[in-house]
Design a protein around this ligand. Structure first.
Ligand SMILES: Cc1ncc(COP(=O)(O)O)c(C=O)c1O
Length: 455
C-alpha cells in the first residue's frame, strides 16, 4: 500500500460548511449529555459530535472536515482507520474474537515483533486492554521482582485511574479525587525536572539535575521505610504539558536506581511507539528501563496495551497472572502487529524526526514574535506551547489557553487543551505542508487572543 493512502482526504483541510460546532453537533451533544456525565475539558470547551475519520481528517455530523492535531488523545497515531490496521482487526473479528490467554498465530507474531524492536532485551511481556491496567501490572511486577512494596512517582505525571495508578499521581485532580482523601500507603511523590520552571537551579539559573537526584536520595532515606520497589515516571510528561527532562536526567536517574537497587519503570503509554521518533522514548537518552508500558497508539485505536520487563526479570511475571478478559485477544494482537508493521513499512520514525524538526523550528519562530508564548517544546510529534501573561514572570495564562483552543477548533483544528499549555499530538503520517497548515491556524488564534487581551 502507498504511504500516501491518506493524502486525498487531506486536500483542502479544514473544510467547514457550517459554524462550528454546527447545529446537529450541538443537538446531539445536548442529548448525549443528559446521560453521559464527567466529560473531559476537551469536549466541554468544544462540544462537537464526530461521525467519521480517515487519515488526518475528522468529519463532524454537520459535514465539517477538521484537520486532526490530537490523534484522538495520542491514540490514532497512524491516522484514522489506517486500511492495514482496520483490515487486520476485521479479519479476526470474523474469525476468532477471543480465546482467553491461549496462544494464537497473531499473538505469537506480535510478541516476536515487539521483542525485535525493544532495546536491551525487554522481552518478558503481558498484554492488557487499557493503559491503566498495564501500569497496574507493572506495579505488581515490580513487587514480584523485588519483593519490595514502596513506589516513588513524580509531581504532575499521570498513570491512570485505578487505585495504585492514581496513587502515583496528584490526588486533587478533579477526575481522581473521588479515590479518597489520601493515596494508598507506600506511594510517594517527588518533583521532576522541568527546564522551563526549575525547582533546583545552578548559579547560572540553569536546571541542576544533580540536585534533583540528591533530593530523591534524601527523600527516600527520610520518608520511606527503605522498601522502594520502583521509581515510576513518564519519560516525557504528557498530561502535565509536554514537559521534557534535561538530557542528563535519565542517565543519572538510571545510575541512581542501579546504586540503590530500585527498579526504573518508564510509563510510555502516551509517549512511546514512535511519537517522539523512537519506539522507546528513553532511547533518546540511551537509557533502558527495567519495566515499560505501552498503550494508546499501540493498536492505533483498538484497545490493546503491553507491560514488558527485562529478560532477567521475566520469570517473576509467572507470579502475576497475565489472564484478563480482553488482554491479547486476536483482534487486539492484529491491531498492534499491523500498527508496528505500518510504522516500519511507511518509515514513520524518520517522518516523525523530519517533520518534528520543522514543527520545532516553526514554534521557535512563533515564540520569538508572540508575547504570550513563554516556552515551546517538541520531540518528534509530541508538542507543547506554554502560554504566559508575562515572559519575565512566567505567570501562567489559562484564559488564553482556553480561548486559543476554542478559536483554533472553530477554524477547523481538532486538538487537546491542557490549561495554559497547548498540547499537540498530530498523526505520525502527517507531512510538513499539512503540519504547517495546522500551525498557521494555531498562530492565527494566538494572535487574536493577544489582541483581545491587550498585548
Ligand atoms: C502516561 C499514561 N499512563 C497511563 C495512562 C492511562 O491509560 P488509559 O487511559 O488507556 O487507561 C495514560 C492516559 O492518559 C497516560 O497518559
Amino acid at each position: 500500500m502507498s504511504k500516501d493512502w491518506w493524502k486525498a482526504s487531506a486536500e483542502g483541510l479544514p473544510k467547514l460548511i457550517t459554524e462550528t460546532p454546527g447545529p446537529l453537533s450541538k443537538k446531539m451533544h445536548a442529548s448525549a449529555s443528559r446521560y453521559m456525565k464527567g466529560l473531559s475539558e476537551q469536549v466541554t470547551l468544544f462540544p462537537v459530535s464526530f461521525d467519521e475519520g480517515y487519515g488526518v481528517m475528522m468529519k463532524d455530523v454537520d459535514g465539517n472536515r477538521y484537520l486532526d492535531f490530537s490523534s484522538g488523545i495520542y491514540v490514532t497515531s497512524l491516522g484514522h482507520c489506517h486500511p492495514k490496521v482496520s483490515e487486520a482487526v476485521a479479519h479476526w473479528a470474523k474469525r476468532l474474537m477471543n480465546c482467553h490467554d491461549f496462544t494464537t498465530p497473531v499473538k505469537e507474531k506480535l510478541l516476536e515483533k515487539l521483542a525485535s524492536i525493544m532495546p536491551g532485551k525487554l522481552n518478558g511481556m503481558q498484554l492488557y486492554s487499557d493503559g491503566t491496567a498495564a501500569v497496574e501490572a507493572g506495579i505488581r511486577a515490580a513487587r514480584a521482582i523485588s519483593n519490595k512494596q514502596e513506589f516513588i512517582s513524580c509531581f504532575r505525571d499521570f498513570h491512570g485511574k485505578t487505585m495504585a495508578a492514581v496513587s502515583c499521581a496528584q490526588m486533587i485532580r478533579g477526575d481522581v479525587f473521588s479515590y479518597g482523601a489520601t493515596r494508598a500507603p507506600g506511594f510517594y511523590m517527588v518533583p521532576r525536572p522541568n527546564p522551563y520552571r526549575p525547582l533546583f537551579k545552578k548559579a547560572d539559573g540553569t536546571i541542576d539535575t544533580d540536585a534533583y537526584i540528591n533530593f530523591y536520595d534524601e527523600f527516600i532515606r527520610e520518608s520511606t521505610v527503605g522498601n522502594v520497589a520502583a521509581f515510576i515516571l513518564e519519560p516525557v510528561q504528557g498530561w502535565g504539558g509536554s514537559v521534557f527532562p534535561p538530557d542528563d536526567f535519565f542517565p543519572k536517574l538510571r545510575a541512581y536506581c542501579d546504586k540503590k537497587k530500585i527498579l526504573l519503570f518508564s510509563d510510555e503509554v502516551l509517549a512511546g511507539m514512535g511519537r517522539t521518533g523512537e519506539w522507546v522514548t528513553l532511547n533518546h537518552w540511551n537509557t533502558i528501563p527495567d519495566i515499560i508500558t505501552f498503550g494508546k497508539s499501540f493498536g492505533n485505536g483498538f484497545p490493546v496495551t503491553a507491560m514488558l520487563v527485562k529478560e532477567e526479570y521475566a520469570d517473576s511475571l509467572n507470579k502475576i497472572s497475565a489472564s484478563s478478559s480482553y488482554g491479547g485477544n486476536p483482534m487486539a494482537c492484529a491491531a498492534a502487529l499491523a500498527s508496528i508493521e505500518v510504522i516500519e513499512e511507511e518509515d514513520l520514525l524518520n517522518n516523525v524526526r523530519k517533520v518534528g524538526a520543522a514543527f520545532l523550528r516553526r514554534m521557535e519562530k512563533m515564540k520569538a514574535s508572540h508575547p504570550i508564548i513563554g516556552d515551546v517544546r517538541a520531540k518528534g510529534f509530541l508538542l507543547g506551547i506554554e502560554l504566559v501573561k508575562d515572559k519575565g514572570t512566567k505567570e501562567p495564562n489559562p484564559e488564553a489557553g482556553k480561548l486559543v483552543y476554542q478559536k483554533a477548533f472553530r477554524k477547523g483544528l481538532a486538538w487537546i487543551p491542557a490549561g495554559h499549555i497547548l498540547r499537540m499530538s498530530p498523526p505520525l503520517i502527517m507531512d510538513e505542508e499539512t503540519a504547517m497548515k495546522g500551525m498557521d491556524i494555531i498562530e492565527e488564534s494566538i494572535a487574536e487572543v493577544e489582541k483581545e487581551q491587550g498585548y
